[in-house]
Write a protein of this length. Structure first.
Length: 284
């Protein structure tokens, strides 16, 4: 439990970050990288092993709100406060594509998955999704080396009118389901407080799980059929899927704005305003 490496960027707020996927090349095993997105529209790639910044790019005119590596680590997907999604190469520092489908609403989630695309009869190296705060989710199949990017599905979730304005609403969050290929999970402000399971094959919601409040964070376990959901009411819920008996936990000092399973699924990290908690899930 000690600080190992620290990077500092003056006069900018770090809004999002992502680890580069582990390389399958043996000699790159010790080469760990993280990319961070900042409030001035820049993103920086840091080498953990060499403790230095390797690259700075400026793909956005507004603050970055979401960032992700492609599954092979060869591309970086970044989303901005203005709803634009940029695809950039960390090798060349060039932005190769800008997608404006979510323009006008901040990007809240970007996620890539290596599997599943063959099931839909499309070419590509991966599937990826983008979620924006206006409750829209787009799903894409892409092969960046061949400059291919095809829209697979477009989801738009209804919600009642809110007199408080969009900025005060719970975030729109989506994630690919690790245990149910071709399915994604969505939570956000809507007609009901619930998690929705949407099938890309059937083009419809196939399951709903009720929640006590509107969610502020979401993570799906890679090792077992359950998800972690955080709420602004300082509550963390571990929810078995399909609907089982949930377990609720307190301990946070504010809204649980982040929850993230470790790759093996045996630990869960959660964060609130001034607290980071690590949960040991045992055998999962």
């Amino acid at each position: 439990m000690e600080l190992v490496v620290q990077f500092q960027v003056l006069n900018q707020s770090c809004q999002c970050l992502a680890w580069k996927p582990h390389s399958i090349v043996a000699w790159e095993a010790e080469s760990q990288h993280v990319v961070a997105g900042y409030s001035d529209g820049t993103m920086r790639v840091f080498s953990i092993s060499r403790t230095e910044m390797e690259l700075k790019m400026h793909p956005h005119a507004t603050a970055l709100t979401a960032i992700a590596y492609s599954t092979d680590g060869e591309m970086i997907l970044s989303g901005g406060k203005d709803g634009l999604v940029a695809v950039s190469s960390p090798r060349t520092g060039m932005t190769i594509r800008v997608l404006a489908d979510h323009k006008g609403s901040p990007i809240t989630v970007l996620q890539c998955t290596r599997k599943q695309y063959h099931e839909f009869g499309v070419e590509g190296g991966e599937l990826w999704l983008a979620t924006s705060s206006d409750r829209r989710v787009s799903v894409w199949a892409s092969d960046w080396l061949k400059d291919k990017c095809e829209l697979l599905d477009w989801l738009s979730f209804p919600a009642p009118a809110s007199p408080e304005g969009l900025s005060s609403l719970p975030p729109s969050l989506a994630a690919f389901c690790p245990w149910e290929h071709g399915t994604l999970v969505y939570v956000g402000f809507g007609m009901q407080k619930e998690a929705l399971f949407y099938s890309l094959h059937k083009k419809q919601v196939v399951e709903k799980i009720s929640l006590p409040y509107f969610a502020t964070s979401l993570s799906l376990s890679p090792a077992a059929r359950f998800m972690a959901v955080g709420f602004s009411e300082r509550l963390l819920r571990l929810q078995p899927c399909p609907a089982g008996t949930p377990q609720d936990y307190g301990g946070h000092d504010d809204a649980v704005h982040l929850c993230r399973f470790a790759p093996a699924g045996r630990r869960l990290l959660t964060a609130s305003h001034s607290a980071l908690l690590v949960w040991d899930l045992g055998g999962g």
